[in-house]
Design a binder for this molecule. Structure first.
Ligand SMILES: C[S@@+](CC[C@H](N)C(=O)[O-])C[C@H]1O[C@@H](n2cnc3c(N)ncnc32)[C@H](O)[C@@H]1O
Length: 273
């Protein structure tokens, strides 16, 4: 019956409008994880966002929530801190550690939150003592990061320029929230040797920005065109060594079937010159 009604154009339009409004209402409130809208820029997405929540990760309440999750050992609802998408990163970090002799290993962890990757990966990797693991995150997250007594090898910054000269630049589930990271890496005095990017949306279509309901806040994020994304790193001197699927994250934007990202991806780039 529902399908038959939808064949009548006016009813079809009304049905679609009703469906869109009811999805939007859910998105504005408790639709955690849901996506909404296709935009060309962050500015347009932010302007169109519902007024029911703040925008972006730079939020004190969110930072406190992350600390509480860390204290409970319960990151993103998972009892185990290492998740399936972490294993390719662990594999490549292990290879990098085995095939290079580092006087001092410098890891720059963009969007590393409260040091969760340092904590998780150090259980599996034989990380050297002369390690400097710098988490770069937004001011409210960094404030909480700095406020607790953590491992002395771990430090926090908001300054991307400190990535200059790092051995490994890690960005897990974070590059999509900022503008044009490749050109900011190019502008560094000394580019990182190895770039491990994880948990990003890549697909064959045009690069877009969408909004996600993140519980306490909305996030604007990129879904990248796969080839353009890879080329943006190749054009600044990196070669793609590996690309893998992250089958935990995905992006379906209701009413936008053209953006269909059934899984996210991770990539390993190595500096060639
Ligand atoms: C989805 S969480 C991912 C956290 C963690 N890296 C992981 O893979 O589970 C995104 C992280 O990126 C950070 N982030 C978002 N925009 C950022 C920016 N412009 N600069 C630095 N960090 C940012 C957020 O604060 C948050 O810690």
């Amino acid at each position: 019956m529902k399908e038959r009604l939808k064949q009548i154009p006016l009813l079809r339009q009304l049905y679609d409008r009703f469906a869109e409004n009811s999805y939007r209402q859910r998105f504005e409130t408790d639709g955690y994880g849901g996506f909404w809208g296709v935009f060309e820029t962050f500015e347009a997405a932010i302007k169109a966002a519902p007024a029911t929540k703040k925008i972006g990760y730079d939020c004190a309440e969110l930072a406190q929530e992350y600390q509480a999750m860390l204290d409970r050992g319960d990151w993103e609802g998972s009892k185990s801190v290492v998740r399936s998408f972490d294993y390719p990163v662990l594999y490549w970090m292990g290879q990098i550690l085995q095939t290079n002799k580092f006087e001092q290993l410098n890891v720059f962890d963009f969007g590393g939150n409260l040091g969760i990757h340092f904590l998780a990966y150090s259980k599996y990797l034989n990380l050297p003592n002369n390690l400097k693991w710098v988490v770069c995150d937004l001011p409210e997250i960094v404030k909480v990061g700095k406020s607790a007594d953590r491992d002395s090898r771990l430090s926090f910054t908001t300054d991307l320029e400190l990535a200059s000269g790092s051995d490994i630049f890690l960005a897990s589930g974070s590059i999509q929230y900022d503008r044009d990271i490749a050109s900011r890496i190019e502008a560094l005095e000394r580019k990182p040797q190895h770039i491990l990017i994880n948990r990003i949306g890549l697909y064959a279509g045009k690069q877009i920005v969408t909004l996600q309901n993140g519980g306490k806040v909305f996030y604007a994020q990129y879904i990248f065109n796969r080839q353009e994304f890879i080329s943006s790193f190749e054009s600044i001197g990196y070669k793609l060594v590996d690309i893998w699927e992250d089958n935990i994250d995905s992006c379906y934007i209701p009413f936008h079937p053209e953006v269909n990202v059934p899984c996210y991806h991770g990539l390993y780039f190595k500096l060639t010159n």
